[in-house]
Design a protein around this ligand. Structure first.
Ligand code: NDP
Ligand code: 8X3
Length: 250
């Protein structure tokens, strides 16, 4: 049975991936920062007969990531699919007016956190000559949009890190996918606007946004493609979205 490890599995796209991979017969290593949600997801999945292990850590905390991964029992150490999903946007402000604290959190989570996971999980994949890293990038990494500056830069970094890793493991059977969603209705905008729900809801007004499940379907497709097929990069947009800045609303 294959094992998937998902960061940020407590919400949105990560949770969608947990459900999709569980349905597809995978064992789940669910990671996040909220122990109560992790525990209730574990119970929910176990009731469905899915094997689940939870790890509670912040991806920015390198020591905690290391200790958590080292705590894995032997039978859970062979991770077949790593989904580097944990991430966030904070604020939507001009680059010359943005918050230093928000910038640091985005850079530390979206770049350093992803690197922490990659550095600590991929060596065993290389050793086994088997594995798949699915990084959740974004349309925001393809081109900057107004006031997106630092968030867009972190997702451009996810593209560069995905491309770099793909080159570095090309001598092995390890595959690397950069999965780049457009507008997905999750907790993303509530976080971006620091809890302002009304402003968050306005992001999805007049357009049918994607769901976490839509993105999970694509991640699962990439993971289940035949061994010789590497889905290197996928851009998934809502139908009336053409780019990070072009969205046609009703
Ligand atoms: P959600 O806010 O619903 O989920 C984000 C998840 O990441 C949560 O589980 C959150 O946990 C976790 N997380 C955030 N920071 C950390 C951290 N430091 N350590 C561990 N876990 C953390 O948003 P989405 O599901 O939409 O976002 C998932 C990914 O998808 C992100 O990388 C985002 O950039 C990307 N994305 C989202 C798009 C969208 O439109 N929604 C489009 C393109 C990409 P907690 O609840 O504890 O904060
Ligand atoms: C999330 C999508 O367009 O809000 O990465 O940046 S967007």
């Amino acid at each position: 049975m294959k094992t998937v490890l998902i960061t940020g599995a407590t919400s949105g796209i990560g949770l969608g991936c947990a459900r999709r991979f569980a349905r597809g017969g995978y064992r789940l290593i669910l990671t996040g920062r909220k122990p109560i949600i992790l525990q209730s997801l574990k119970e929910e999945f176990e009731q469905q007969g899915v094997a689940v292990l939870t790890l509670c850590f912040d991806v920015r905390d390198r020591d905690a990531v290391r200790q958590s991964l080292e705590s894995l029992p032997d039978e859970w150490r062979d991770i077949d699919v790593l989904i580097n999903n944990a991430g966030l946007a904070l604020g939507l402000e001009k680059e010359y007016e943005g918050s230093f604290a928000d910038w640091d959190t985005m850079i530390d989570t979206n770049i350093r956190g992803l690197l922490n996971m990659t550095r600590l999980v991929v060596p065993r994949m290389v050793e086994r000559n088997h594995g798949h890293v699915i990084n959740i990038g974004s349309v925001a990494g393809d081109a900057a949009y107004a006031n997106g500056n630092v968030y867009c830069a972190t997702k451009a970094a996810v593209k560069a890190l995905s491309d770099g890793l793909r080159i570095d493991v090309a001598h092995t059977a390890v595959r690397v996918t950069n999965l780049k969603p457009g507008l997905v209705e999750t907790n993303f905008s509530v976080t971006r606007f620091h809890g302002d729900r009304e402003r968050a809801d306005s992001v999805y007004k007049g357009i049918s946004p994607l769901t976490g499940d839509d993105i999970a379907d694509v991640a699962f497709y990439a993971a289940e493609a035949p061994e010789h097929v590497q889905i290197a990069e996928v851009l998934v947009l809502a139908t009336h979205q053409a780019s990070g800045s072009v969205i046609v609303r009703e």
